[in-house]
Write a protein that binds this ligand. Structure first.
Ligand code: DHB
Ligand code: MG
Length: 217
């Protein structure tokens, strides 16, 4: 049921309701717990996906039968583990992280979660590494969760390197509520939206900070 409150962006979720449902529908095993807790333990910004958001990403990966995927912005590996768990045993996820410490922590978490057979953490600048990955495409999924001022560039890369019917997913597409502000980063995020809409069948899932999904035409 939607009503005027929920349609206009209000939410009925409370921390207690979320905790109950996360534990029921998106439970952590030891590997997921380790990756989820790593940022706060290791002095890394705790900006990973939420528990149910990441479970949703796993489901979308599974539903669309993703076999070759790219993630921009690994952080500590939590979302990479979720994506990998939605992929078949023989598959490949390339995940790009610019911070060497984050990349090292992520590699250890991915190993502990027993998905290192299908996940490769590539350390380097997002745009530069994407250029090197082009030869391994076309891809089934591109998940963008990195520096917001370059979402437009990452989105254009996805448009060129996803197969037809491939899936683009972008986190933080409300840009923390600042999407309509006058700043270079907000303008880049608006370009990401308009360019995605021009080349993909798109929708925005109303997660806390918005998640864009696009199917490449
Ligand atoms: C930030 C980045 C993210 O990708 C996110 O989901 C939340 C916060 C940040 O840079 O603050
Ligand atoms: Mg994010």
């Amino acid at each position: 049921m939607a009503d005027s409150t929920s349609r206009s962006g209000g939410t009925y979720s409370t921390p207690e309701v979320l905790r109950f449902l996360d534990g029921l529908h998106a439970p952590h095993d030891a590997g997921l717990s380790r990756a989820f807790d790593a940022p706060s333990k290791e002095g890394i910004p705790a900006i990973q996906l939420g528990v149910s958001e990441s479970r949703f990403l796993e489901w979308v990966t599974r539903l669309t039968r993703v076999e070759v995927a790219v993630e921009v912005g690994t952080l500590a590996g939590y979302s990479a583990i979720r994506i990998a768990r939605g992929m078949p045993r023989v598959s490949r996820l390339y995940t790009i992280e610019h911070d060497p410490k984050h990349a090292a922590v992520a590699r250890a978490n991915i190993e502990a979660a027993e998905v290192s057979d299908r996940v490769e953490v590539i350390e380097g600048d997002g745009v530069q590494v994407l250029g090197q990955l082009e030869r391994l495409g076309p891809f089934d999924l591109v998940f963008i969760d990195a520096d917001k001022e370059r979402y437009d560039q990452y989105g254009r890369w996805a448009q060129r390197n996803l197969r037809r019917g491939g899936l683009l997913v972008g986190d933080n597409v409300y840009f923390f509520g600042r999407l309509l502000e006058e700043s270079p980063a907000a303008a880049a995020m608006r370009r990401f939206h308009t360019e995605a809409q021009a080349h993909f069948d798109t929708c925005v899932v109303p997660t806390p900070d918005g998640m864009l999904l696009g199917i490449k035409r």
